[in-house]
Design a protein around this ligand. Structure first.
Ligand code: SF4
Length: 159
C-alpha cells in the first residue's frame, strides 16, 4: 500500500486485533484486552479499526487452536508452510482467506498501520507457535500486510 496516500494526521486509522480491544474473538472465546493498547491509541490519537482475521474467514468462536506444523505465515503464503488445527486439519486456506479479508478492510478504511496480537498464527508479528514451541516468525495475516508495505507492530512493541 502506498503510504503517501494516507498522510499521518490526528485520527489516522489503524487496524487493531479485535481481541486486544477486549472483544471475545479468541479461539477459546476470550479476549486479550490490553490497557497498554488502549492507552497507546488514545495517546497517538489513532482511530482503531477492529479486525479478527479468523472470524473474517468465517471461523466459529470458540474454535480449535491452530499452530504451525512447518514454517510460519510467510511460508504459508508462499505455499511451503503448514498451519494445522489441534485436530490435525489444514488451516492454510482459511487463514489465507482471513488475511485477504483483513487486507481488504485495511484498503477500505485507509489503514497503512496495524497493531496485532503477538504469538497468534494469524496476527503474530515477531513470534508464532511451531507446535508447542514459540519461535521467531510471523502470522499469516501479518505476513500479508507486511508484504504490502504496511507498518505492523504488536502490543509487545509498546512496552
Ligand atoms: S485472529 Fe487475531 S484478532 Fe482474532 S482472536 Fe486471534 S489474535 Fe485476536
Amino acid at each position: 500500500m502506498d503510504k503517501e496516500e494516507h498522510p499521518k494526521t490526528n485520527g489516522e486509522t489503524i487496524l487493531v486485533s479485535a481481541c486486544l480491544l477486549g472483544l471475545p474473538t479468541r479461539f477459546d472465546g476470550k479476549s486479550k484486552h490490553s490497557q497498554d493498547v488502549l492507552d497507546y491509541l488514545q495517546r497517538e490519537k489513532l482511530t482503531p479499526i477492529p479486525v479478527c482475521p479468523e472470524q473474517l474467514a468465517g471461523m466459529a468462536t470458540p474454535r480449535d487452536k491452530t499452530f504451525f506444523q512447518s514454517g510460519d505465515g510467510q511460508a504459508v503464503l508462499a505455499g511451503n508452510g503448514e498451519a494445522v488445527s489441534e485436530n490435525g486439519r489444514s488451516m492454510n486456506a482459511l487463514f489465507c482467506r482471513g488475511a485477504k479479508m483483513t487486507l481488504e478492510i485495511a484498503r477500505l478504511s485507509g489503514c497503512c498501520r496495524a497493531l496485532l496480537k503477538e504469538g497468534s498464527p494469524s496476527c503474530g508479528v515477531h513470534r508464532v507457535y511451531l507446535g508447542e514451541d514459540k519461535v521467531a516468525g510471523v502470522g499469516v495475516t501479518s505476513a500479508l500486510l507486511l508484504n504490502t508495505g504496511m507498518d505492523v507492530i504488536s502490543e509487545e512493541d509498546l512496552k
